[in-house]
Design a binder for this molecule. Structure first.
Ligand code: PLP
Length: 466
């Protein structure tokens, strides 16, 4: 990271402008306009720098998305070159652009099974939303429009457009906003922690599958269009289902003619060691896969739904003769600059075998973080390669109570002071560093977390955390 030049663009006045005018995602409405936000100005490798010139190791990966690291000339050059050549033209109907065509072919190659048709969107939420609409269109095309209910899970996160927010199942996010409840259903949180489970993995699996079968029977399979699932529930707290869960839920869906949508917005593009986790790691070929975030390493906003040839074929063959139009898509679907960035990103990932690197350092990351369980303030550490979560609690006090949240907030604040950004959610510190992170940098994360936990423990003993 270069020197900070100071000046108006980086000065405190911009923090004030932000506080006065920006409504941030997940802002605390009771404090709107009060405390200024951390103004991040520059970034290089796995570090970002704030307006005061302080550097931080970014253990959030931007927001689960910066995978190949910051300041990659390959991606920046691709963005620049495409912006010069042709920055934008409509993606609608019979107009195409070169990077979108190239990227669609690449995604078809990288994705499992017969997912060979790509519908580009602007982000993860719009991809989730589009996938569910496609499921609806698919069954309507087969003369079964009643099949429109959707199965999701408690603690899932699928985005924040109206439907994606309704599919999400994080209790803390359910506020006075309005949600679709008539045809969206949430199955049990499938997370299984072998360190902290009254049941064996196979008993828990049996319970989860029985629960899903009961829900399907209750709603009626003739009414259900799709099941949407993150392979590992990410922002819900890095919740990992018991072994066999993915295959068993896939089988149930197949048996009841329910489409399986795998939300790989986080798990895709290397985070758990593969371009897509569904087949490579969990042994299933979904009917649709949703991707975003790491697709461009976060350098450009872009999302995509990967659709099976079977679904695409049905939509074509059974299109409404009066209105055969696929009326879904966005001004920025397949944006040429974003697609060019994604192509460069995939190229870097393949040339540098980033997935192989994740398979190498990922277990080390989780193993080192698990040492934090030596602190009396850590009740659990969960992780799968480079997605992990440290759960903080006051000894003897379980769950996301106000005190446990204050405690995790304190740990988070000490980390930030020491130059490490982790993502606080309730009483969890969630981590998803850039995939290029080294073992030395992982050691730095663990050292800062250890120190921050010790300082928070001191504060707790001093009665400062209530
Ligand atoms: N799906 C998952 C699993 C996510 O984690 C997210 C965002 O964090 C989304 C969908 C929504 O993506 P976006 O924020 O790009 O709309």
């Amino acid at each position: 990271i270069g020197e900070t030049g100071g000046g108006l663009r980086r000065g405190g006045s911009l923090v004030a402008k932000d506080a006065r005018h920006v409504l941030h995602p997940w802002a605390d409405l009771s404090a709107l306009g009060g405390q200024g936000s951390l103004m991040v100005c520059e970034a290089q490798g796995v570090e970002v720098m704030d307006s005061a010139g302080r550097k931080y190791l970014d253990a959030i990966g931007g927001m689960w998305c910066v995978t190949v690291g910051y300041g990659r000339p390959e991606l920046i050059d691709a963005m620049q070159a495409q912006a010069r050549r042709m920055p934008y033209f409509t993606p609608f109907a019979d107009v195409a652009n070169e990077p979108a065509a190239e990227l669609a072919a690449l995604l078809a190659e990288l994705s499992p099974g017969d997912l060979n048709r790509v519908h580009f969107t602007t982000c993860g939420s719009t991809a989730v939303e589009s996938a569910v609409r496609i499921a609806h269109l698919y069954f309507a095309s087969r003369g079964r429009p009643a099949k429109r209910h959707v199965l999701s899970r408690v603690n899932a996160y699928h985005g924040s457009t109206y439907l994606a927010a309704s599919l999400s199942g994080k209790e803390a996010d359910r506020t006075r906003f309005h949600y679709e409840t008539e045809w969206v259903h949430h199955l049990e949180n499938p997370g299984f922690d072998p360190d902290d489970a009254p049941l064996s993995a196979s008993e828990r699996l049996g319970q989860l599958i029985d629960g899903m079968e009961a829900a399907i029977a209750d709603i009626g399979p003739e009414n259900i269009a799709c099941f949407i699932a993150e392979p590992v529930l990410a922002s819900g707290g890095v919740l990992i289902p018991p072994p066999g869960y993915h295959q068993a839920t896939r089988e149930l869906c197949r048996r009841h003619d329910i489409l399986y949508i795998s939300d790989e917005v986080v798990t895709g593009f290397g985070r758990v060691g593969h371009f897509f986790a569904s087949e490579a790691k969990f042994g299933i070929v979904p009917d649709m896969v949703v991707t975003a975030k790491g697709l461009t390493s976060g350098y450009q906003p872009l999302g995509a739904v990967l659709i099976s040839d079977h679904i695409a074929g049905t939509l074509t063959e059974s299109a409404d003769p009066a209105k055969p139009v696929f009326s879904n898509g966005f001004t920025y679907s397949g944006h040429p600059v974003a697609c060019a960035t994604a192509i460069a990103n995939i190229d870097v990932m393949q040339r540098e075998d980033i997935c192989g690197h994740v398979r190498d350092v990922g277990p080390y990351f989780v193993e080192r973080l698990r040492e934090l369980r030596n602190s009396p303030l850590v009740s659990a550490v969960r992780g799968d390669h480079l997605m992990a979560c440290v759960e903080c609690q006051v000894p003897g006090e379980t769950g996301p109570t106000a005190r446990n949240q204050a405690l995790a907030g304190r740990v988070d604040a000490y980390c930030e002071k020491a130059g490490l950004l982790v993502r606080p959610f309730e009483n969890l510190c969630i981590m998803s560093p850039p995939l290029v992170i080294t073992k030395d940098e992982i050691d730095r994360i663990v050292a800062i977390m250890t120190e921050s936990l010790a300082r928070a423990e001191h504060d707790l003993r001093a009665g400062e955390i209530c």
